[in-house]
Design a binder for this molecule. Structure first.
Ligand code: PGA
Length: 248
């Protein structure tokens, strides 16, 4: 059985004070044994968040990292630095990173491998633009992203990777893919993973992301191949985050 994983992606929101208030407000209300709850916050908030979530079941993740250990990379943060503050997860290759910060399938792959090397679980993002969906190339595009992103990931490490399918046209737009549309691409992603890893693909958790909110999370999570959600906007309010994690 794949344990569902609900991860908040705060993006560039909340200062340290607000982050700590959020954790206080959530308390132990997002503690479920049958669902993994994660918060991915800006770098500066991570150490305090990790400390503040002790005594709860909430795990903490970063939203990016560099693939080199150290060196002349002004403005970057390494996987080892995240490991030092015991990060559980790191989002890799979010569409905003690909679009605004020049991330490619190659850098995404290097980051996935590096995160696994230091023992941080990567959340590998993929997804198509509206133009690609309308041109009917969604599956081809996602296949390329997934095969490139997972290149050289060993069979032993595969299940540590979480995949997030996020159609770009559904991110922050209020336009959710229908649960069936999301499930269709997600089952296809599992087939693509199976083409390389065989039955181990059944152990990989695949999330849907894009305008998930308390009102639609249950329908999304009710789909056969969807194992979680990566949630931006709706993860910023404590009560909504609690409702997302406690989907029925
Ligand atoms: P959204 O963002 O939930 O605000 O659409 C999702 C994401 O970008 O991870």
């Amino acid at each position: 059985m794949r344990k569902p994983i609900i991860a908040g992606n705060w993006k560039m929101n909340k200062n340290i004070k607000e982050a700590l208030e959020f954790v206080k407000e959530v308390g132990t209300r997002a503690d479920r044994d049958d669902v993994e709850a994660v918060i991915c916050a800006p770098f500066l908030q991570l150490k305090d968040l990790k400390e503040a979530t002790k005594g709860t079941k909430i795990k903490v993740g970063a939203q990016n990292m560099h693939y080199e250990t150290s060196g002349a990379f002004t403005g970057e943060v390494s996987a080892e630095m995240l490991q030092e503050i015991a990060m559980d997860y790191v989002i890799i290759g979010h569409s905003e990173r690909r679009e605004y910060f020049g991330e490619t399938n190659e850098t995404v792959n290097k980051k996935v491998l590096k995160a696994l090397q230091v023992g941080i679980n990567p959340i590998l993002c993929c997804g198509e633009t509206l133009e690609q969906r309308e041109a009917g190339v969604t599956k081809d595009h996602v296949k390329t992203q997934i095969l490139a992103g997972l290149k050289d990931v060993t069979k032993e490490d595969l299940a540590k990777v979480v995949v997030a399918y996020e159609p770009i046209w559904a991110i922050g737009t209020g336009k959710t893919a229908t649960a069936e549309q999301a499930n269709d691409v997600i089952s296809y992603i599992r087939e693509v993973i199976a083409s390389v890893y065989g039955d181990l693909a059944n152990e990989v958790r695949i999330q849907y992301g894009g305008s998930v909110k308390p009102a639609n999370v249950a329908e999304i999570m009710g789909q056969s191949d969807i194992d979680g959600a990566l949630v931006g906007g709706a993860s910023l309010k404590a009560d909504d985050y609690v409702a997302l994690v406690n989907f029925k």
